[in-house]
Design a protein around this ligand. Structure first.
Ligand code: NAP
Ligand code: HSE
Length: 384
């Protein structure tokens, strides 16, 4: 079997877990060296480190460059140079893939190289492979999922009575959160993963950014407790719809009744539901964490050895972005204050919450002093 020499960009949570996994299980793969920012920093693995990207991309010994450093820059420039120097690339970096994925794929093709990125969405879950090579054989209508392990960790811990910040710090300590955790809790990380899934699922170009993104920073312990008393819970859900009118993408804290598969997710677990004419497919697995993510990276490295050909993108279809039309459940911003009287009478409401037939534009919700959660199921909770 052909041996593979790997050059790492990054030797943090994922880079170290990958090195350990390779050392323990892959006698024909060798981690040659790793690019880092702080060469003096103590690491749990013995790998030569460098601060010069050229030492990776120009090293004739290295076959595959693995990006586990994150961020758009200098990742994009280093990956471009890697293709120019004849390397294949594996990346866990959803940010660079969201903003530069199409350009990097084109460069890879131009240099007859491969760019694989399974680990960039849902950590250890092989969802990119499943959608690319299996599910998108028939048109996909809908992709929705819990795509951020940090947010799921925080929300599931808040259900157990933990404080938001305490849960966030624990997620950081366990290596789930991004370097800047704002990307997690403000919903941007979920949005990026959703864009990547929608591109492959709907076979179309989708811009890197869209506006309907709400994170979990507004979810209070009070709301989580009130939802629990209604037999409900909340998860941060990314939803991509492909309909006759176009494609719509949204990220929002979404309420489900107890028993819904998304509410069963604890800690950094992720889940993705893909809907097509064939039916619903539900995937669940660890969405963050060193070992889980390293498994997906290693699987891509092994796939490169098998030289799986890349697929040409299908023609573009029209694209419009709409405000999501899902129903919503609203709470007053101040838990002690009743709902504002300006709400239309036809809304189903109690003094402490209201159910709307569709989500309000964000500006209006803000004006009326409402915190709004998307409602993820057909029927709302019973009004008492
Ligand atoms: P991390 O622990 O913060 O490690 C990042 C590594 O990259 C560090 O070794 C850092 O060097 C190095 N690095 C960052 N910027 C650099 C620069 N400009 N030049 C040189 N080296 C640089 O991050 P991580 O959690 O391993 O995540 C890495 C990537 O995997 C990210 O794209 C992340 O989104 C993705 N990912 C992470 C997970 C997860 O659960 N952690 C899951 C899926 C995907 P120093 O150590 O010297 O600072
Ligand atoms: N910060 C990310 C998360 C890492 O919490 O899901 C995995 O992509």
């Amino acid at each position: 079997m052909r041996s593979i020499n790997v050059g790492l960009l990054g030797l943090g949570t994922v880079g170290q877990a990958l090195t350990q996994l390779i050392t323990q299980s892959q006698p024909t793969i060798r981690v040659v060296k790793a690019l880092v920012r702080h060469p003096i920093r103590a690491r749990g693995v013995a790998v030569r480190v460098t601060t010069d990207p050229d030492e990776i991309v120009r090293d004739p010994e290295i076959d595959v460059v693995v990006d586990v450093m994150g961020g758009q820059h200098p990742a994009m420039e280093i990956l471009s140079a890697a293709f120019q120097h004849g390397k294949d690339v594996v990346t866990a970096n959803k940010e660079v893939m969201t903003y530069y994925g199409p350009a990097l794929q084109a460069l890879a093709r131009q240099h007859n190289r491969l760019l694989l990125y399974e680990a960039s969405v849902a950590g250890g879950m092989p969802i990119i492979d499943a959608i690319t090579h299996h599910l998108s054989v028939v048109p996909i209508d809908r992709i929705e999922g819990v795509l951020n392990g940090t947010c799921n960790f925080i929300l599931s811990h808040m259900e157990e009575g933990h404080d938001y910040l305490e849960a966030l710090h624990e997620a950081q300590r366990l290596g789930y959160a991004e370097q800047n955790p704002e990307a997690d809790v403000e919903g941007y990380d979920t949005a990026r993963k959703l864009v990547l899934l929608a591109r492959i699922g709907f076979h179309t170009e989708i811009p890197a950014e869209f506006s309907a993104i709400t994170g979990i920073t507004g979810v209070t312990g009070h709301d989580v407790a009130r939802l629990a008393s209604l037999g409900c819970g909340v998860r941060l859900v990314g939803r991509a719809l492909c309909q006759d009118q176009g494609i719509s993408l949204s990220v929002a804290p979404t309420v489900y009744r107890q028993g819904h598969p998304f509410l069963r997710l604890q800690g950094p677990q992720n889940a993705v539901q893909v809907t097509s004419a064939v039916g619903h497919f539900l995937f669940e697995g660890p969405g963050a964490g060193g070992l889980a993510t390293a498994t997906s990276v290693l699987s891509d490295i092994l796939r490169i050895r098998q030289l799986v050909p890349d697929r040409e993108p299908n023609p573009m279809i029209s694209l419009t972005f709409n405000e999501p039309e899902t129903p919503a459940i609203c709470f007053p911003l101040d838990p002690e204050t009743p709902l504002p009287q300006v709400l239309p009478d036809e809304l189903r409401r109690t003094s402490s919450y209201a159910i709307l037939s569709c989500q309000l534009p964000r500006e209006l919700a803000k004006l009326w002093g409402l915190r709004q959660y998307a409602w993820g199921e057909e029927e709302g909770p019973t009004i008492r």
